[in-house]
Design a protein around this ligand. Structure first.
Ligand SMILES: NC(=O)c1ccc[n+]([C@@H]2O[C@H](COP(=O)([O-])OP(=O)(O)OC[C@H]3O[C@@H](n4cnc5c(N)ncnc54)[C@H](O)[C@@H]3O)[C@@H](O)[C@H]2O)c1
Ligand SMILES: O=C(O)[C@H](O)COP(=O)(O)O
Length: 611
């Protein structure tokens, strides 16, 4: 076998989107690659889509469950336009007001769940779903009612609707600000009770007053715009906001200290996180100007409610206007709700006709996209990969998974992988190459063949960490055209033995390397041996003494057993020494065939690998 490395294609090539041999399993979240034609992998099996008993289902699918369509449980009221979109794609079960037990009972029959802020989607829900739940759609912004860590661990994507209710929330903030300052709610109640108390309900003016906005994001900045229109002096505190954006609206970004000590009004617009929990407390109230007024349309938990009661009673806080509460609905004897100087609404910030239709469409599109395997732009627990990056990287995504799959099958024993290095050789500057998706796919390839875990973009890093696999990435900057995103990808597993020792490189790691050629992923290196074989079907790797007739000998064993060879490639270090032959096969050879290959005298070692 002194002939140069050769490649024999026997079948026309196809571009394969990530092959997922378990794709029909209902628990699999498709990786973020667009569905391929009518690939069945996105739909659930007929059995899995069994009708879900609806407890209070104004528009549940009743008996009209269509087998093969995913099932979406809508657990809180959603606008009609969103429901319509969902029904075109899925079986939709609208069951509002489920108890936690009812939700847990229903969830194993659902591929997606849509909620607003009133449903707690805790770890118990993901556990009860037994792997079927693929997407949780939060029809709104705040995702503090969804256990993101549990979702991620279960490979469940969480998407939200981040923009459609921004204006509604800002308008509600302004409504509370103005209503509070002129005692509208109290005066209304008094008049309805038959009183005429003009002296009691003297308000305060807004013009010229300082409004401090805490959380200068989407809602905060819309409140700022409107408050400026009312003639207020607006300052904002947000450690992550851009000063340029603030300046453009005419708002000065200040420290928390300055906001606390100078504001006449404070309006809250940050998310509820461990860092913002009880952000307004006895200590912060003590710093505020006496007679300050507080508006909260963010989350109840950002205020220590007992401390606010104390601040109201002591006169530090003159008035508060609250749309949100730590516990919703609040207890009937909640001191803030009953307080004379507090104006309350039952979490109505997003409740306008327009916002609810917008949110419903936004979340329906995100959930449908996610069920189709597309990466939703509003994914909350997965890195966002823009569509153009996704389409450019599609063949590399396939390559990455296959290299991971090959590398792990080369490990003797298969279980003790601790350290994996991925190298991307590219002419692109590091900032121009987003490798998160590729890393996730390599992780998928490495872990799925040796475990029962389904790995996707959502849970890849978590799963690797949980299994103690450290994946490091390295970049090699090449000269050449940055048009091509990556020249080659190399996967190396350190500190393991190989069942095919030739796969161990000079530096001691199992090494496989691949390229994309004409859109098709190719294996181009195993250990120190250059090969060139298209990564389709399965692969036999043989190391042999480099001598004439080897291709013929192996080819005829396979031919006799009716195993079709798609590619053959031989790589060698020097003529007549050792060579590695990579043989692509369409069918899986039986044990006997592999034994016969192993018995060919010049074959020194061989391995069969499934791609
Ligand atoms: N009442 C309602 O019905 C209603 C409606 C919409 C939104 N909301 C709530 O309003 C809040 C804001 O929504 P959004 O769409 O503007 O979100 P957003 O993500 O656009 O803005 C949040 C801002 O808070 C800032 N922030 C984070 N931590 C902070 C901290 N420690 N101090 C100060 N700022 C901090 C962030 O940098 C960000 O700019 C969310 O909690 C959301 O759930 C409530
Ligand atoms: O975070 C949000 O989007 C708001 O709090 C709205 O919540 P809702 O969907 O329950 O009205």
């Amino acid at each position: 076998m002194a002939a140069p490395s050769q490649t024999t294609a026997t079948t026309p090539h196809r571009i394969l989107l990530p092959a997922d041999h378990r794709a029909l399993a209902p628990s699999v979240v498709r990786l973020p690659v667009r569905a391929h034609g009518n690939r069945a992998s996105l739909s659930v099996s007929a059995a899995a889509a069994a009708p879900a008993a609806s407890t209070a289902a104004p528009s549940a699918p009743a008996n009209g469950v269509v087998a093969g369509k995913p099932t979406v449980l809508v657990a809180e009221k959603l606008g009609a336009a969103g429901l319509e979109l969902l029904r075109e794609f899925a079986n939709v079960d609208c069951s509002y007001g489920l108890s936690p037990e009812e939700l847990r009972a229903k969830i194993p029959l659902c591929d997606a769940l849509i909620v607003r802020s009133g449903t707690k989607v805790g770890r118990d829900v993901f556990e009860a779903s037994a792997g079927r739940l693929r997407v949780v759609g939060r029809a709104g912004v705040g995702i503090d009612n969804v256990d993101l860590a549990a979702a991620t661990e279960h490979g469940c994507l969480v998407v939200n609707a981040p923009t459609a209710n921004t204006v509604a929330a800002a308008e509600h903030g302004i409504a509370l600000l103005t209503a509070m300052s002129r005692n509208i709610a109290q005066a209304d109640a008094s008049l309805k009770a038959g009183k005429w108390q003009r002296n009691k309900y003297v308000g305060v003016s807004l013009v010229g007053k300082t409004l401090a906005i805490l959380g200068f994001g989407k809602v905060g900045s819309e409140v700022a715009r409107r408050a400026k229109g009312l003639g207020m002096h607006v300052i904002a505190h947000d450690p992550y906001a851009s000063a340029d954006r603030a300046r453009a609206i005419g708002v000065e970004l200040v420290s928390m200290e300055e906001a606390m000590t100078t504001a006449d009004f404070i309006s809250l617009h940050m998310p509820l996180t461990p860092a913002t929990n009880k952000m307004l407390n006895d200590e912060t109230f003590a710093k505020m100007k006496k007679g300050v007024r507080i508006i909260n349309v963010a989350r109840g938990g950002v205020i220590d409610e007992d401390a606010l009661v104390r601040a109201l009673d002591s006169g530090i806080v003159a008035q508060a206007a609250l749309d949100v509460f730590t516990k919703e609905p609040p207890a009937p004897d909640n001191k803030l709700v009953l307080h004379e100087n507090v104006t309350v609404t039952p979490h109505l910030g997003a409740s306008t006709v327009e916002a609810q239709e917008g949110v419903a469409i936004e979340i329906a599109e995100a959930v449908i996209g996610a069920l189709k395997g597309e990466l939703a732009a509003s994914a909350v627990n997965a890195p966002m990969v823009p569509a153009e990056v996704l389409s450019e990287l599609a063949p590399y995504v396939v390559l990455a998974e296959k290299l991971g799959r090959l590398a792990v099958q080369l490990v003797a024993g298969g279980g003790g992988i601790k350290s994996v290095k991925v190298t991307y050789a590219s002419a692109r500057a590091p900032d121009d190459l987003d490798t998160r998706l590729l890393r996730a796919m390599i992780t998928k390839g490495l872990i799925e063949p040796i475990s029962s875990v389904f790995v996707n973009l959502v849970n890849a890093d978590f799963t690797a960490k949980q299994r103690g696999v450290r994946i490091t990435e390295e970049r090699i900057l090449l000269d050449g055209s940055p048009e091509i995103p990556i020249d080659y990808v190399q996967v190396q597993i350190a500190h393991v033995e190989s069942k095919f020792p030739s796969a161990i490189s000079e530096t001691g790691e199992i090494t496989v390397e691949g390229k994309v050629k004409d859109g098709i992923p190719h294996l181009t290196k195993v250990g120190a041996f250059q090969v060139d074989v298209s990564l389709e079907g399965s692969l036999i790797l043989c190391r042999q003494v480099d001598q004439p007739g080897m291709i013929g000998s192996v080819g005829s064993v396979l031919g006799e057993e009716n195993v079709n060879v798609s590619f053959m490639s031989v790589g060698r270090i020097a003529p007549r020494k050792h060579a590695v032959m990579a043989i692509g096969v369409d069918e899986e050879p039986c044990k006997g065939t592999l034994t016969k290959i192993g018995e060919i005298p010049a074959i020194e070692e061989f391995v069969f690998l499934k791609l």
